[in-house]
Write a protein that binds this ligand. Structure first.
Ligand code: PLP
Length: 372
């Protein structure tokens, strides 16, 4: 029998597209004793998390919970509960995650009407409106707030009103924005919003915050067909999270929830505005330091994300070799480009705990040494 050696992962500085660095208090919370998933002490943790999530998501929606699974489980839950076969869904596609949403819509047996923009651009609201006018009755519009594959921030202020005007729900992917930049679920009239724990919340991957407006919940509760996914059926999950019966549905990942509770406590202690300002400030410092190395941002300033900085790679650089050296010699992880942007950009994440001036200065110094 071959017994693997003791696990000794390196202390990486995670400046990629996620996961981000984890605060020691979150690790400590996750190492606390497990209790049963119906233990009154754990039920209290679940209640606290719901309140904490309403705070970061800036919503009063009653159905605000953490889905067991990563961000993609949150995405899948967002769609399978409100979309039925034959529905039409307008999906903004300007990167990997818009594509993934469109794929899920088709798997629901619905029609995905793709409104595309070039990678590096935001979705044009005029084009969305044109699609809505042309399509007839549309069940929902889906947008990615922070497109992690390109570093684009989708402007949202008018999107909610546009959807309401056309009687469509607004579904928002806030995986790389939540707790790093404002996500105002109620003010922006978002009906379904999901996120993940390992980006700006700085928790390990494993849970997906999800909130449904009363209108979206009403649709989920009055479907003609059963939700195709037993595991992600929010009406059943909600009776575990919220009903007085606390009916068993699945065993919640107890210690992951401990971690999320602590990560959310850190967000509450810092305050949302202070945290957003920190993300903006460190992104600005990064861009300034990298400009001295002749590295330029890939995305226009007006739609640039502070949490995910895509940098154009100058010609003649072996970009994968640079990332390898960063990892092996400096313990720094940054991301390469995905899909259409493979080999063209580096993706530098400054999310949650990773968004620190010391990390930015260290990365810039390492890149200066490597690039000469
Ligand atoms: C990371 C990410 C996801 C998927 O989350 P996983 O935790 O990898 O499943 C979805 N949408 C966006 C915008 C992301 O950045």
């Amino acid at each position: 029998m071959n017994i693997p050696g003791e696990l000794t992962p390196s202390q990486r500085i995670l400046l990629g597209p996620g996961p981000s660095c984890v605060h020691p208090r979150v690790y400590q919370a996750m190492a606390k004793p497990i209790v049963g998933h119906l233990d009154p002490e754990f039920l209290q943790v679940m209640d606290e998390i719901q309140e904490q999530l309403r705070f970061v998501m800036q919503t009063r929606n009653r159905l605000t919970i953490a889905i067991s699974g990563t961000g993609s489980a949150g995405m899948e839950a967002a769609f399978v509960n409100v979309i039925e076969p034959g529905d039409k869904v307008v999906v903004g596609v300007n990167g990997v995650f818009g594509n993934r949403m469109s794929d899920i819509v088709s798997r629901c047996g619905a029609e995905a009407i793709r409104v595309e923009a070039e990678w590096g651009q935001a979705i044009d609201l005029q084009k969305l409106e044109d699609a809505l006018k042309q399509a007839g009755q549309v069940k929902a519009v889906a947008l990615v707030h922070a497109e992690t594959s390109t570093g684009v921030l989708q402007p949202l202020e008018q999107a909610g009103a546009l959807c309401k005007k056309h009687g469509a729900l607004l579904i928002l992917d806030a995986v790389t924005s939540l707790a790093g930049l404002p996500v105002k679920v109620d003010e922006w009239q978002i009906d379904v919003c999901y996120s993940g724990t390992q980006k700006c919340l700085s928790c390990p991957p494993g849970l997906a915050p999800l909130t449904l407006s009363p209108a979206a919940l009403d649709i989920a509760q009055n479907r003609k067909t059963k939700v195709q996914s037993w595991y992600l059926d929010v009406t059943m999950i909600a009776s575990y999270w919220q009903d007085s019966s606390r009916a068993y549905h699945h065993t919640a990942p107890i210690n992951m929830n401990y971690g999320l509770r602590e990560a959310l406590r850190l967000v509450q202690e810092e305050g949302l505005e202070t945290r957003f300002e920190r993300h903006r400030r460190n992104s600005a410092i990064l861009l300034k330091q990298l400009s001295e190395l002749d590295l330029t941002p890939f995305v226009d300033e007006s739609i640039r994300l502070p949490s995910l900085n895509a940098m154009s790679i100058p010609n003649g650089i072996d970009e994968a070799a640079v990332r390898r050296r960063l990892l092996n010699e400096y313990d720094i992880e940054i991301g390469g480009g995905l899909g259409a942007l493979a080999g063209k950009v580096w993706r530098i994440g400054l999310m949650g705990e990773s968004s620190k001036k010391a990390n930015v200065v260290y990365l810039a110094a390492a890149l200066r040494e490597i690039l000469g």
